[in-house]
Design a protein around this ligand. Structure first.
Ligand SMILES: Cc1cc2nc3c(=O)[nH]c(=O)nc-3n(C[C@H](O)[C@H](O)[C@H](O)COP(=O)(O)OP(=O)(O)OC[C@H]3O[C@@H](n4cnc5c(N)ncnc54)[C@H](O)[C@@H]3O)c2cc1C
Length: 388
């Protein structure tokens, strides 16, 4: 069957793209096939990200904070964001919102099949599933079919378990979110908690680690129970929702356009839009979606080439990972130094790939020179398998 666009994978990037294409009048009537192995009916993740003003998904923002906290041993910083909000969107609200909007469009077809192969031939892109073969002008892929090789030499895992808890009493200040609480035992790698209150008696508490390996399932539970009891001093609560996730933090090169598949465009994590040094992806997906739709409506090639600045940010990310992977500095020390010395909004702008060169210099000079210099040079030397 022939389509204009096939969206392979209807998660965050797939549905973000679908929504933006449907909102763009110049792309009215384009025949779109959305493929996924399963319907998006579960609240399988919560996205947090920072943004200036209001974004395209503002109506489904579950909660947002202007004041955040960073905690480390003997050091606590509470800061008020001037230009940004830190926002939370629940997965299920996002899926429902986009799928409901798409229901009104006859030019959109959803199919739930396993994607086995995606390729490009004679100017068209093809998707082979366990049921059928489909073709289109472009396939926008967010499945893991083109993922590069990741191993413990080039990657850390960001793994976490989050609980939404409802407490008997009102114990939270819903105007203040804890971005990172590093006062935890660091024996398993960089280890911190998020505490994001959405009501006076409700918060998402998430135990997060950057390390080479996952922990036994029970360890996340124990850490959350201990933290809620000993640090938050909460005895009476119900767990309303749990989520578990693993995000790759890697030096491996994800390609926006797979080799020999010119009509296939990788996006989301598959396209390298997960920031290697932080795991944040949501805001980068949104920026890329805008770029893709802009290119499509102007009949241009939709895989945006990496700019010099993109490559600089990737080098910064790989360098930071190298410092942690080599054991020269811990994640806790790096983030603690940054939050102690640099304005938090500048850190967020930097982590959001929106900093100026001046911001970059302030960040760099706040950190110990030698570990970053050595790691930075090593990563420059490893740049030969250039990403597109
Ligand atoms: C629990 C969790 C919490 C997260 N929290 C944050 C956060 O707070 N902030 C942030 O910025 N990032 C966060 N992330 C990272 C990132 O934003 C998400 O992983 C995001 O969903 C990535 O979007 P994506 O489109 O690349 O992948 P996905 O959203 O995972 O979508 C990929 C889709 O492809 C489908 N698929 C895969 N393989 C096949 C196949 N062979 N056949 C058919 N379908 C297939 C999957 O079913 C899925 O629906 C989180 C990740 C997880 C797992």
């Amino acid at each position: 069957m022939q389509f204009d666009y096939i969206i392979a994978g209807s998660g965050c990037s797939g549905l973000s793209l679908l929504y933006s294409i449907l909102k763009e009048s110049k792309l009215n009537g384009k025949k779109i096939l959305v493929l996924d192995k399963a319907k998006k009916i579960h609240n399988d993740r919560t996205w947090c990200y920072w943004e200036k003003g209001e974004g395209i998904f503002e109506p489904i923002v579950h909660h947002k904070w202007k004041t955040l906290e960073f905690l480390s041993t003997n050091f606590k910083r509470r800061f008020h964001l001037k230009n940004h909000y830190y926002k939370m969107i629940r997965g299920i609200d996002f899926y429902t919102y986009v799928l409901k909007y798409a229901e009104g469009f006859e030019n959109v077809t959803f199919k739930y099949e396993d994607i086995e192969k995606i390729e490009s031939e004679n100017g068209y892109a093809f998707v082979q599933t366990n049921h059928s073969r489909y073709s289109a002008q472009y396939v926008f892929n967010s499945t893991g079919l083109f993922h590069p090789k990741m191993d413990i030499k080039n990657s850390l895992l960001q793994h976490f378990e989050g609980w939404v808890i409802k407490t008997k009493d009102d114990v939270f200040d819903r105007s203040v979110g804890t971005l990172m609480d590093f006062t935890l035992n660091q024996k398993n790698g960089a280890t911190f908690m998020y505490v994001l209150p959405t009501k006076p008696n409700e918060a998402l508490v998430e135990y997060t680690l950057f390390s080479p390996e996952l922990l036994p399932k029970e360890a996340y539970k124990t850490a959350l129970e201990n933290y809620i009891k000993n640090d938050l001093k909460i005895e009476n609560y119900e767990i309303q929702h749990t989520e578990f996730g693993v995000i790759p933090m890697t030096q491996a090169k994800f390609s926006r356009k797979p080799k020999r598949a010119s009509k296939v465009i990788n996006m989301g994590t598959a396209g390298g839009f997960t920031k290697a040094s932080s795991g944040y992806t949501f805001q980068f997906i949104q920026k890329n979606t805008i770029a893709i739709v802009d290119a499509l409506k102007n009949n241009k090639q939709p895989a945006k080439r990496l700019t010099f600045r993109d490559e600089m940010y990737q080098w910064y990310d790989r360098t930071l990972l190298e410092v942690i992977l080599s054991g020269k500095m811990s994640g806790k020390d790096i983030f603690s130094i940054l939050f102690k010395k640099v304005s938090p909004e500048r850190i967020l702008v930097f982590l959001g790939n929106e900093s100026s060169i001046f911001d970059d210099l302030i960040i760099m000079t706040s950190l110990p020179v030698m570990p970053f210099l050595i790691a930075g040079f090593k990563q420059l030397g490893l740049k030969k398998d250039k990403q597109v």
